[in-house]
Write a protein that binds this ligand. Structure first.
Ligand code: L34
Length: 286
């Protein structure tokens, strides 16, 4: 038996078509949604993600700019740039690509982004709103994509056991909150979890977000599990692989996301949705 592939790339394309149609409507009302991405330093992976995000915007008719800043940029300089974008009425979404250099305090930067333009959903205001289920929060893109892909399999999350491996602020923690909102029973595992395999084997839905290539092997998964692989690890050969050992696990799981072509494109599609929402909200369009 071999798992059904969850095609994130195709689903992302569908979402982009929907966003594109809405952008066209907004343009008729004189609003062009705009995303500004700040990239500090020269991390090759970040450069490629940022480039893809700008291209996505173009494809759906949004304005986008990538603001490149030197690795040596000071915290004050970065803050000033964020503040300028906060004030710019043509900018609806602001994203500071992570990671940023160690000499800059990530928290200070995220806190400086206007919550109404925080299309990553990383600002404490949006995180708090997500916790209490307020409707007007920007939900973080990757977790939003994860939930969408699970639903795409036809799985009703209600009452199911979702096991999330990883507890980062960007993926693990918010993904568990969104799964909880879908009425799943959620277990969050991490590097200090004892008997990890015993827990992941009880999952109806397994979300791997650890950032370690091929860590989830077949002995972590029971037959019939929906497996969502959030990992994007570049291995020595230059190949991009997930946190899940795809070859082995796809023999056991009922559904599985590939890497590439799974969660990654969904992260970018959800960013477009959030930017669209930001433009509508800022201009008071429902
Ligand atoms: N601020 N920083 C901020 N927001 C984010 O949401 C991110 N993230 C993560 C890194 N830093 C961030 C991303 O955008 C990871 N990430 C991301 C986005 C897109 C893809 C992967 C990671 C992606 O599109 N991956 C494709 C192809 C990748 C390739 O070929 O290089 C895939 O199919 O998985």
């Amino acid at each position: 038996m071999s798992a059904q592939i969850i095609d994130g790339k195709a689903r992302a394309k569908e979402i982009k078509e929907e966003v594109k149609a809405e952008v066209e409507q907004l343009k008729e009302k004189g609003v062009v949604p705009g995303l500004s991405v700040i990239l500090v330093g020269n991390d090759p992976a970040s450069q490629s993600y940022v480039k893809m995000k700008a291209k996505d915007c173009q494809e759906v008719g949004m304005n986008s700019e990538v603001i490149r800043m030197e690795e040596s940029t000071s915290q004050e300089e970065l803050l000033a740039e964020v503040e300028r974008l906060n004030q710019d009425p043509n900018v609806h979404g602001i994203l500071v690509q992570l990671p940023i250099p160690d000499h800059i305090d990530e928290k200070v930067i995220i806190n400086a982004i206007a919550p109404s333009k925080d299309v990553d959903g990383f600002h404490p205001i949006n995180v708090g709103k997500m916790m209490i289920g307020e409707e007007d929060a920007y939900l973080p893109c990757t977790p939003r994509g994860v939930v969408d892909l699970i639903k795409l399999t036809g799985t009703d999350l209600k009452g199911k056991h979702a096991v999330v491996v990883g507890r980062s602020n960007i993926v693990g923690k918010p993904a568990s909150m969104l799964l909880l909102k879908e009425h799943a029973t959620v277990t969050v595992c991490h590097s200090k979890t004892t008997n990890l395999k015993e827990i992941t084997k009880q999952a109806d839905i397994l979300v791997a977000a650890v950032g370690r290539a091929h860590m989830i092997t077949e002995d972590f998964v029971s037959p019939g599990t929906v497996v969502i692989d959030v990992g994007t690890n570049r291995i020595e050969s230059g190949k991009l692989v997930g946190d899940v050992d795809y070859e082995k696990v796809s023999q056991i799981a009922s559904h599985i996301t590939p890497v590439p072509g799974g969660v990654g494109p969904m992260t970018r599609a959800m960013l477009l949705m959030n930017t669209l929402d930001a433009a509508k909200t800022i201009h008071g369009i429902k």
